[in-house]
Design a protein around this ligand. Structure first.
Ligand code: PAF
Length: 293
């Protein structure tokens, strides 16, 4: 890892949009490239891998840390979402990269006095899977990501493939709003036992943490079965597996087109598919997905 040379000796933190935009506009005059890594904090190695990738591809990296209230459809989930700003700062400092800016605004700073989403049409992507189970979620994601992209005006913005539907929706958002930014999708980082890294994992009680890798194990088996079986057969098999796993409650398992996110009707040559899972481990909702071909 190399230490930065542009911003001085230490990482900068901004808690207001005004101060950040002033600072960035000075930097932009020098033609530095900017990478944005939007996060809701409670950073883990998955986030750090996005930051590291962004560091290698841009002069300066902005990591936003903001638990966005409008994308939560469940009040309890919003209240319990981990908030660990001081720890997050230490983790980012440990990367030993000084050309890094933390942008940690308040809800009032972002939304003024009206904490409300805009309404978006993402060409139908928003009705599938997460959209079907989390009303208003993608309006909230669209609203905050659009705001962050307008504030930071980055050359590239980085998102993990764990939220694959979110990634596709953000690519669509950028087209709809005509924004000049590359949206970079980054591979899912996993714990040694296969569990996809997520800020929500810290909320898992011990026995649920032990059970949770079952999600990825099932996705891997589904991928193997998809070689010889229909999507319907694979789906039924997955549902049965979850019925035998008392600690995890399956919300959905879907095999869908990577492009449209619509559930597969019939396998077509040249089409790309992915399998998606959402499941509850106690009151913690976990999602994961895998490329099938
Ligand atoms: O993936 C997330 O952490 C959030 O949905 C995002 C993109 C930071 C928007 O709040």
């Amino acid at each position: 890892m190399f230490a930065g040379r542009i911003l001085g000796q230490s990482m900068k933190t901004f808690s207001t949009t005004n101060a950040l935009t002033k600072y960035l506009s000075q930097l932009r005059e020098n033609n530095y490239t900017i990478g944005l890594v939007p996060t809701m904090g409670a950073l883990h190695k998955g986030h750090l891998s996005l930051v590291t990738k962004a560091m290698t591809e841009n002069s300066i990296v902005v990591v936003s840390i903001f638990v966005n209230p409008t994308q939560f459809n469940n009040e309890d989930d919003l209240i319990k979402y981990p908030r660990t700003l001081e720890k997050d700062k230490l983790l980012l400092e440990s990367l030993n990269y000084t050309d890094l800016i933390i942008y940690a605004p308040s809800a009032t700073d972002i939304y003024n006095n009206e904490i409300k989403s805009k309404h978006y049409s993402f060409g139908g992507l928003e009705y599938e899977m997460e959209g079907a189970f989390r009303e208003g979620h993608f309006d909230g994601v669209g609203t905050i990501v659009s705001r962050l992209l307008h504030v930071v005006n980055p050359n590239r913005a980085y998102f993990g493939e764990k939220d694959f539907q979110q990634l596709q929706i953000i690519k669509k958002l950028v087209k709809i709003e005509g924004l000049d930014v590359d949206i970079v999708g980054c591979a899912i980082l996993r714990e040694q036992d296969g569990l996809a890294m997520s800020s929500r994992n810290t909320r898992l009680k011990k026995e649920y943490r032990i059970a949770a890798p079952f999600i990825y194990k099932t996705l891997k088996s589904a991928k193997l079965k998809f070689g010889t079986k229909s999507a319907k057969e694979v789906t039924e098999w997955v549902q049965q597996q979850f019925e035998n796993e008392p600690l995890l409650e399956l919300e959905y398992f879907t095999i869908a087109s990577t492009k449209t996110l619509k559930p597969i009707m019939r396998k077509r040559v040249n089409s790309k598919y992915r399998a998606f899972i959402a499941a509850y481990a106690d009151d913690v909702r976990l999602i994961d997905n895998i490329a099938l071909n």
